[in-house]
Write a protein that binds this ligand. Sequence first.
Ligand SMILES: [Zn+2]
Length: 266
Amino acid sequence: MLRLRRHLRAPVVRCLLGAVACASSAVGSGQDRWADVRVVGPFLCRSEFRLDQVPGVLADLGRLEMDLAGALGLKPAGQTIHVFFFRGQKSYRSYLKQFFPGVPYRRALFLKRNGVGMVFAYRSTQLGVDVRHECTHALLHATLPVVPLWLDEGLAEYFEAPPLERAFGSPHLASVRWMARLGIIPKLEKLEAIGNLDGMGPSEYRNAWAWVHFMLHGPAEARQSLWEFLADLEASTPPGYLSARLRWRLPDLKRQFANHFKRWKR
Ligand SMILES: [Zn+2]
């Protein structure tokens, strides 16, 4: 169920690129409705409920930018990202209907309009996951002029977990390890060829997460390839394919990938 909902939520990021909406209206109006407004790192949070009721969510948000910087070598966002917390689904839905009437309903979303990054989520048992996932997209898009789709989603899948669960606690890990034992290695080139979110199903999200995990926790050469790729994106230098970089540094890439997951234990 979680995977399905995750899959359903993600296409919004791209769907919104075509939506007609006024970012400044959404950000600036209706100040009276917010019970709590506070700044956490680069995030300006507005909430219909007091955010100290969800202290873990706020604490994770406060360190998310540093977590990305540490893992990916990215510079700080350098801009404010607006995060809107709603008390429930009804309130969330009505707000989006008012400011983004053309947007299909999703559980949480990130969008960027007129250079303004915005994240919307409502209170539920999945609030933390939703906010970390969408805010990861927001941070990436605040720093990088473009992010390959599979990498965008793979990183969001990785960072949506609470910090202490990212390395070992992902729900993707068991199936990826099981496949590695059977010698099934997801093809990175296949992910790189996906041009829109219609091509991203649950297995593509899992595989994108797996390649991100390999690059962050596997051989140093893999991490180096990722950092250089992101640095080129940041500098607007055509980066080519990450798969080609990985193969150049790790000629036995498949074996390295399989060994990483076969041996990955606490
Ligand atoms: Zn996503």
